[in-house]
Design a protein around this ligand. Structure first.
Ligand SMILES: *Cc1c(COP(=O)(O)O)cnc(C)c1O
Length: 455
């Protein structure tokens, strides 16, 4: 177990060793995702210390790599899943359904089929539903296991400005309906265990009032529901703990968030549950990429690299800021570790190889003047990095390596061009006999391939 003293609140891109990272790129090729499992442990350890007594579920969608899930199970952290595919990975890492939650958002029939099937072997898994339809659909499948209700807390005006109302309506049952819905579910034989909400938009130190308001509503609701259904096991207030992406941004004061959470929720006869995703993995990962083109553009130096929006989507999708460092320039300094290069700095626009104008990692950012062949590191790439990678432009996804102490391991190989066309090739191959297609793992998987099923 990691103690907070060994574990700074943030690991900055400058804290990584430039020489060691560059060596990884030499060994494994470019672009390359690197994830430090020790840092994942440290982050989980800080969450556990701050929120002592709370149940911690890691939101798998931030980074679903098996090594991450196994590391976190080892640290006593449970797993929060957004799809049947994630439940499958969580059960593989966990071996048991205890501490595995499936939060079903408009769940496709094949997801429900698969999870209900898995529940028969893992009766202690928990399903969180965000619509009465989902309860009906579970009942139709014979599910009467652990049920949690996701509510839409409809929280304060200040918050609403940042959250699209339309998108918001998608998540959860309006909080004022929760007692009725859960009373009914309990009467129908479901094992009602909790209530849940994930507000989503990032808990930050200067938004603690919004967080308090939200959590206190959850506390009130928990007391009401508890009386109605005869007790709850947990109250889940979701994730969204922010990390500093900008070099000058302060890290989140996790102790302050934990104190505010405990105080706001009030007296509850239930476990407090939280679901951090980003916070656990973001600063444990970097993306390495090689410069292949440097040209003087009209107002900036345009720098082309071999990673793009298909490798790391956040800048293109959210205008997200990620720190960028020139490892080759930094390696030529004596310590190779955040030391400053003698290269002059210039405003640069770093762009990828995808035919889209949004394929840009930064615009006019001051960096040491790039040269062809330099290795750049893009920081805070551990969360929502590889998970959002895709094959647009028929571009194979990169490899991922994990670090654990001094050990380095290839955790996921680089895709090949054949991987990009594999499904097409299989589709045009002659049909083989039933059950030998090598894809469907279970009968449920096979049945779930029916696309017209809207149950
Ligand atoms: C995405 C998600 C989280 C984690 O969000 P982070 O911002 O990564 O902490 C937690 N709970 C649910 C239900 C989610 O969908």
């Amino acid at each position: 177990m990691t103690t907070p003293t060994e574990s700074p609140a943030v690991r900055r891109l400058d804290d990584w060793d430039a020489v060691d990272l560059s060596a990884l790129l030499d060994d494994y090729g470019s672009p390359l995702y690197v994830l430090d499992l020790e840092r994942v442990r440290e982050n989980a350890g800080r969450v556990r210390t701050a929120f002592s007594g709370a149940e911690i579920l890691y939101a798998v969608k931030a980074n679903a790599l098996g090594d991450v899930l196994e590391t976190l199970r080892d640290e006593g952290v449970g797993l929060e899943c957004a799809s049947a595919g994630e439940v499958k990975r969580a059960l593989a890492a966990s071996g048991s359904g205890a501490d595995v939650h499936y939060t079903a958002v408009n769940p496709p029939a094949r997801d429900l089929d698969w999870v209900v099937d898995a529940w028969e072997d893992h009766p202690d898994l928990t399903i969180t539903v965000g619509a009465e339809d989902t309860i009906d659909r579970l009942e139709e499948r014979g599910y009467d296991g652990r049920l949690c209700l996701r509510v839409n807390p409809g929280i304060g005006a200040g918050h609403h400005e940042k959250v699209q109302t339309g998108a918001n309506a998608k998540f959860g049952v309006p909080a004022e309906r929760a007692v009725d819905v859960l009373t009914d579910a309990a009467e129908r034989g479901f094992d009602v265990v909790g209530i849940h909400a994930h507000v989503g938009s990032g808990v930050s130190s200067d938004q603690l009032d919004d967080h308090r308001e939200f959590v206190s509503r959850m506390g009130d609701l928990a007391r009401e529901v508890s009386t109605a259904v005869g007790g709850l096991e947990f109250v889940d207030v979701g994730g969204g703990f922010g990390v500093p992406y900008r070099e000058d941004e302060e890290p989140l004061d996790l102790e302050a968030v934990a104190d505010a959470t405990r105080e706001a929720i009030g007296e509850i006869d239930a476990t407090l549950t939280i679901e951090p995703g980003r916070y656990v993995v973001a600063d444990a990962g970097v993306l390495l990429t090689e410069v292949n083109t440097v040209k003087e553009a009209r107002d900036t130096l345009a720098v082309g690299v071999d990673a793009g929006m298909t490798t790391l989507l956040r800048p293109a999708m959210y205008d997200a800021y990620h720190p960028i460092r020139n490892l080759t320039a930094d390696s030529s300094t004596t310590d190779g570790n955040g030391g400053h290069t003698s290269r002059e700095t210039r405003p640069q626009t770093v762009t990828g190889p995808i035919c889209e104008s949004g394929d840009v990692f930064c615009t006019d950012r001051r960096l040491p003047a790039s040269e062809r062949g330099d290795v750049l590191a893009i920081g805070n790439a551990g969360a929502y990095g590889y998970e959002m990678a895709n094959q647009y432009n028929s571009r194979p996804r990169p490899a991922s390596v994990v670090l654990e102490g001094d050990a380095v391991r290839l955790a996921r190989r680089r895709e090949t061009f054949d991987d990009v066309t594999r499904l097409e090739t299989e589709a045009s191959a002659p049909e083989t006999g039933t059950g030998s297609d090598g894809n469907a793992d279970t009968d449920a998987d096979r049945e779930a391939h029916n696309d017209h099923d809207t149950r």
